[in-house]
Design a protein around this ligand. Structure first.
Ligand SMILES: [Zn+2]
Length: 384
């Protein structure tokens, strides 16, 4: 009774260890593959975001270049207008000076005339006629007459001339003032355009800054994911290396392991684990070598496919007849990985193919069966 209990407990512990170890390996390997797939998807997503970002940035930079050239055109126009304003302002000052000069001349002329009139008055005459009448002789009369006539003509001409010049200058000055106002207005309009271009340029530049920051953060995320991916790949490589070349002693049945370094403790899905599970599964990285458990002759080496070419059932599989009443079956191997054909003689531990996921399989694993006298049996007692 006591012994039976101990055996039962030991068996329970054994089952527990066996299952936990098996499951933990399976989780580690498939989890890592799943994680890698997820990371790859995220990397793809970020790369497409980066590409979109770059396209936006190129577009913004092209627009900035265009705006820059438009702004520089306007700046050239503004500088031309400023030169014209300076020129016209100088011309206006010149005209103003001319007007002043003409006014001075006019005043001087007026003064001169007034002086003459004073002289006439002082000589006792109050008019040209009085002056004429004051002549003492004919010759005096004639000389006075001509003098007066010339004086009057000269005065009138000069005054008219000055008046005209002054008017002309003033008209020119008016024209220049309105021209200057016009130039100043167009300068203001062009400055307005330039400012609106500069503000849209600033907006584009802000966009580029934002895009640059976004890209920086995306690149950082990408680096993070690449790092994670590398880590996962290293873990997967370590898992693969862990078993590479390791040899497990043959079982009592004379079988060695169908996978390097694995024993029945690495089984991830047992015989009869679900209805119709006619062998045991070892989840492990794709590409792991599949080994003949005992020497024998290959009786099947083929791929099971639907009529449309897709893999079905065992997918790529091999059956070896060991000549001792037992046969072993290796299924779901990688496409193109089978190394032996029907009739080949294989030795124990010889690689016959690689682990894959062809046929009715959802992830990389080896499905292994043992047949005794043509009937499938639980492979566990046969395995090391
Ligand atoms: Zn299976």
């Amino acid at each position: 009774m006591k012994l039976k209990r101990i055996i039962f407990i030991s068996y329970t512990i054994f089952i527990f260890l066996f299952m936990s170890f098996g499951i933990s390996f399976a989780e580690t390997s498939s989890e890592l593959q799943e994680k890698k797939k997820e990371i790859d998807n995220q990397i793809k997503e970020i790369n497409s975001e980066i590409a979109g970002n770059k396209a936006q940035m190129t577009n913004a930079l092209t627009q900035i270049n265009k705006l820059n050239s438009e702004i520089s055109t306007y700046e050239g126009e503004i500088s031309d207008l400023e030169t014209r304003i300076t020129d016209v302002s100088a011309q206006i000052i010149e005209k103003e000076n001319n007007i002043k000069e003409q006014e001075t001349k006019y005043e001087q002329q007026n003064e001169l005339l007034a002086k003459r009139l004073v002289a006439l008055y002082e000589s006792g005459s109050t008019s040209y006629l009085d002056l004429l009448l004051s002549a003492d002789s004919l010759s005096d009369f004639i000389s006075k007459y001509y003098m007066i006539e010339q004086l009057a003509e000269y005065d009138e001409d000069l005054l008219n001339q000055i008046e005209n010049t002054k008017k002309q200058i003033e008209a020119e000055k008016e024209y220049l003032i309105s021209a200057k106002a016009e130039i100043e207005n167009s300068k203001v309009a062009i400055e307005g355009k330039k400012n609106s271009l500069a503000s849209s340029k600033n907006q584009k530049e802000a966009l580029v800054t934002t895009l640059t920051e976004e890209e920086k953060s995306l690149q950082e995320q990408l680096e993070e994911f690449e790092k994670d991916k590398k880590e996962v790949q290293q873990k997967l490589a370590a898992l693969a290396a862990k078993y590479k070349g390791t040899v497990v002693a043959p079982s009592a049945a004379g079988y060695t392991s169908p996978l390097p370094g694995r024993t029945k403790s690495n089984i991830t899905t047992g015989y009869g684990a679900y209805a119709g599970h006619t062998g045991v599964d070892f989840a492990c990285p794709g590409g792991t070598a599949v080994l003949a458990v005992k020497s024998g002759t290959v009786v099947t080496s083929t791929a099971l496919r639907y009529s449309n070419g897709n893999y079905k059932s065992y997918g790529e599989y091999i059956v070896i007849d060991h000549g001792d009443g037992t046969m072993t079956l290796y299924a779901h191997m990688q496409s193109g990985s089978r190394r032996v054909s029907v009739g080949s003689t294989v030795s124990q531990g010889q690689q016959i193919g690689s682990v894959g996921s062809t046929g009715n399989s959802t992830g990389n694993h080896l499905h292994f069966e043992v047949w005794v006298s043509g009937r499938r049996t639980n492979p566990v007692p046969y395995l090391p």
